[in-house]
Design a protein around this ligand. Structure first.
Ligand code: ATP
Ligand code: MG
Length: 231
């Protein structure tokens, strides 16, 4: 569904991602894990067209999307939940979700789906989004992306800033999304949770993929154990 090949990403003269190759099949949950500054956000911003200082290839559903504008990529069905949860704090939860649907006729059904994934959003429906906790705002950001009924979801560090309990809830909701057949690329620093959720993973360090494989194998890789799992 998504095929990134030999991607190089720049910020001005500074190259931050080198020769990145990542593939996500339909219905797959795949994680790209890496520490602070590894290049995760730079990569997602390139995928969805926010940063166009890049070379290589990004194919989505067989079509080259590198160089397209964010709204074009979005209309093809690729939705990003950004690192900074860009919700509208002064608007109620439900209006934030309705905005995500952008006037689609089937929005009520999708709203029920979002509420089934994140029941707390139903309880807080009328509350201004800015008064939600950090974790609830993250759920709202994911919910809003889902309201557009995307074909694929890219999540940039959804667990950042969440309490351990909320992290578990968040990953459960993502697991449910996966069971429903959604295709997901998850960028994370929470290596254990990300690998336990996803079937496959890539490890990004200093802008380069240093390891890739089945999550089960990565969880027992000596480098991962030492550098990320504290074993
Ligand atoms: N707009 C920018 N201009 C210059 N350098 C940038 C810019 N944005 C990011 N960088 C640099 O690119 C590198 C990768 O940063 P990026 O934000 O992609 O990493 P990340 O993996 O998302 O990190 P984090 O986990 O902290 O979010 C870093 O060295 C960062 O300083
Ligand atoms: Mg980042």
């Amino acid at each position: 569904m998504l095929e990134i090949s030999n991607l190089n990403v720049f910020h001005g003269n500074l190259q931050v991602v080198w020769d990145l190759t990542v593939k996500v099949d339909p219905g797959e949950l795949v994680t790209l894990i890496g520490p602070n500054g590894a290049g995760k956000t730079s990569t997602v911003e390139t995928i969805i067209g926010l940063n166009r200082e890049a070379s290589g290839s990004i194919c989505f559903l067989g079509e080259e999307i590198l160089g397209m504008r964010p709204n074009q990529v979005f209309r093809k069905g690729l939705a990003l939940v950004p690192e900074r949860r860009e919700i509208f704090p002064g608007m109620p939860v439900i209006e934030n979700l309705q905005l995500g649907a952008m006037g689609r006729p089937g929005w009520r059904k999708e709203l029920d789906h979002v509420y089934s994934l994140f029941p707390v959003l139903r309880e807080r429906e009328r509350q201004r989004a800015g008064t939600l906790s950090g974790g609830e705002q993250q759920m709202l950001a994911i919910g809003r992306a889902l309201m557009s009924e995307p074909k694929m979801l890219v999540l940039d560090e959804p667990s950042t800033g969440l309490s351990p309990l909320l992290v578990v809830q968040m990953f459960r909701s993502l697991e449910q999304l996966g069971r429903e057949g959604m295709t997901v690329l998850l960028l994370e620093q929470n290596v254990r949770h990300a690998l336990e959720l996803c079937n496959r993973g890539y490890v990004l360090e200093n802008g380069r993929i240093v390891l890739e494989g089945k999550s089960k194998e990565l969880l027992h890789d000596p480098h991962i154990e030492r550098a990320y799992l504290g074993i």
